[in-house]
Design a protein around this ligand. Structure first.
Ligand code: MF3
Ligand code: CO
Ligand code: CO
Length: 289
């Protein structure tokens, strides 16, 4: 599909194509011709969209801040759901998980050996020594923000603390690989290396995703890739860095009753942090974390 050089750019900036994304498209085309997978235009966020997504991110991070302030032993994961739900509503947002593909609650709370998609419940009481991931996804004016954090409850043993810390380091190392015109697999390569160096494994079946206009968009982001692999990152792409790192085997299972909760098959702990990032002209911008 050819756009006239003097026609309005596809990004709706109002500028002429030749003064806007023509060079961008040429660059992607030459990478494509060298054998790389490249994003198409609907993976590229434009100005108004990014502004809207940032408003959603404000609510998203306010929810996790509110949880961080009060989370403690004796609380239930339903209490966390209540905090996220009320904070989101108060700020005019919607909790994306609720009724998403039948998910029954407003946030995911994954404790200890739970890898992700834990369902909040009155019956799950946090106790000293637990580690928990709280994964919050927000919709505001149709725009999505998605991030998650780990929390330590009471006295957590050194092994589990280290897992949580190394998983954060994995995300930070991955973040540094977010550079335009480089392949997205570089992120997973450094994450996998750091996890393995520390004796941990990386979940393979579940990964990150494009996000912003929808909950889960292309591309899918694996954290068990090698340097040089995967789709080229282009300015305007937005996706999550959310590796799940296990203390024992990488193998996971899904609860056969609720079909959501994912846990390690060996019962050993798993940790995850999630950042939402935008690829920029010279690197990245964190959108939610
Ligand atoms: N927030 C999760 C992610 O990072 C997805 C949760 S899906 C839900 O992609 F339905 F469980 F909420
Ligand atoms: Co998430
Ligand atoms: Co996500």
């Amino acid at each position: 599909m050819k756009i006239g050089r003097n026609s309005p750019c596809w990004c709706l900036s109002g500028k002429k194509y030749k003064q806007c994304h023509e060079a961008f498209d040429n660059k992607l085309m030459s990478l494509y011709n060298r054998g790389f997978d490249v994003p198409d235009h609907d993976m590229i966020k434009v100005g108004v969209e990014i502004e809207g997504i940032k408003k959603s991110a404000k609510i998203n991070m306010a929810c996790l801040d509110a949880v961080a302030e009060v989370i403690d032993e004796g609380m239930t994961t339903q209490d966390i759901d209540d905090i996220v739900s009320s904070t989101t509503k108060k700020m005019g947002g919607i909790c994306a998980p609720l009724n998403y593909d039948g998910f029954p609650k407003s946030v995911c709370t994954s404790v200890n050996d739970q890898v992700c998609h834990g369902i909040p419940s009155k019956d799950v009481v946090l106790k000293s020594g637990d580690i928990i991931n709280v994964d919050c996804t927000t919709i505001f004016e149709g725009y999505y923000a998605d991030s998650s954090r780990m929390f330590l409850i009471g006295d957590v043993d050194e092994d589990k603390k280290k897992l949580v810390e190394v998983t954060k380091e994995c995300c930070d190392l991955g973040l540094k690989q977010v550079k335009p015109w480089e392949p997205i697999g570089n992120i997973g390569a450094v994450i996998k290396e750091h996890a393995h160096k520390n004796g941990y494994t990386v979940v393979r079946e579940i990964g990150g995703h494009g996000v912003g206009i929808d909950f889960h968009e292309e591309p899918w982001v694996s954290y068990v890739t090698n340097m040089g692999e995967g789709m080229i990152m282009a300015p305007g792409m937005m996706f999550t860095i959310e590796p799940m790192i296990n203390m024992g085997t990488h193998s996971i299972k899904t609860d056969p009753i609720n079909n959501w909760e994912v846990s390690t098959i060996d019962g050993k702990p798993s940790a995850q942090w999630e950042y939402q990032v935008l690829v920029t002209e010279d690197g990245y911008e964190m959108i939610s974390w």
